[in-house]
Design a protein. Structure first.
Length: 273
């Protein structure tokens, strides 16, 4: 018997359009890019190589077809009668594998930009929340999802990220009702930076990537670190102390010296030379 066409395709597509930038596309369009365990393992394997590259500055996450990511591929963990096929140990391994993606993207010095079109459901929504910047197409919708199928809305970092992005009151309402958030509302509540037409989505994400790449690697990596760290800062004093260390170290870099020289010479700086 011939394997289905999608089964013969890689679950992720990687493009390196220019130095410092990669576009990583989920490539299971027939199931709205829902991920099974083999696909998740391949995702981790791709990240092993990408995140080991010190030259990588920006990762753009996108999905092939009509959805960003529908979360876990439930058909991969259910039998023909709809009953789970995993034991507790296997389910926990799967959960760690998916949640581990979120932790790795967050820990990376590379800026992660999610270009969300169609549905982002459950762990797929969590994947978008792990990005540093989100753009959405007019077709995008965000679904907590899991609360509607007998498990909790808190998965893969959603209960951590969502209240920090949109506030606790809104996050409670979304997580307890499980209602979808459409693109216009996502922009209004600050879940995404901007909503654009579907055909303009990738270009908008790449424009943002280029704006980031125009700055020094030290500046963008440490800005990302500071932003995430200071969302959990215990006090203003603690936040400023962390900023002070990063700024003083930055003053010692060759890129700051180049920026100062460029300012005096009234020209754009040339970083990383």
């Amino acid at each position: 018997m011939t394997a289905p066409i999608e089964a013969t395709q890689p679950p992720l597509l990687l493009e390196r359009p220019e130095p410092g930038l990669c576009v990583l596309r989920l490539n299971r369009p027939k199931c709205l890019n829902a991920m099974d365990l083999p696909a998740l393992r391949e995702f981790h394997a791709l990240l092993d190589g990408l995140l080991a590259d010190p030259a990588l500055r920006v990762i753009v996450l996108a999905g092939e077809g009509n959805g960003f990511c529908a979360g876990l591929d439930l058909k991969s963990v259910l039998d023909e009668n709809g009953k789970p096929t995993m034991n507790v140990s296997q389910a926990y391994e799967l959960q760690l594998c998916y949640a581990g993606l979120i932790k790795r993207l967050r820990a990376s010095d590379a800026t992660v930009i999610a270009a969300v079109h169609g549905v982002a459901v459950g762990a797929g929504m969590a994947l978008s929340l792990a990005a540093d910047i989100r753009f959405a197409s007019t077709s995008a919708s965000f679904h907590v999802g899991a609360v509607r199928i007998g498990i909790t809305a808190g998965e893969c970092g959603i209960s951590y990220h969502l209240p920090r992005l949109i506030g606790a009151s809104r996050a409670f309402e979304l997580m307890l009702t499980g209602r979808p958030v459409l693109a216009d509302e996502a922009a209004r509540i600050g879940l995404v930076a901007e909503v654009v037409a579907p055909e303009a989505l990738l270009a908008r994400a790449l424009l943002c990537a280029h704006q980031i790449l125009a700055h020094s690697a030290y500046s963008t990596a440490h800005t990302k670190r500071l932003m995430w760290a200071n969302l959990d800062a215990p006090s203003l004093d603690a936040a400023i102390e962390l900023e002070n260390h990063a700024q003083v170290l930055g003053l010692m870099t060759a890129d700051f010296g180049e920026a100062a020289k460029a300012f005096v010479e009234k020209r754009p700086p040339r970083f990383g030379l």
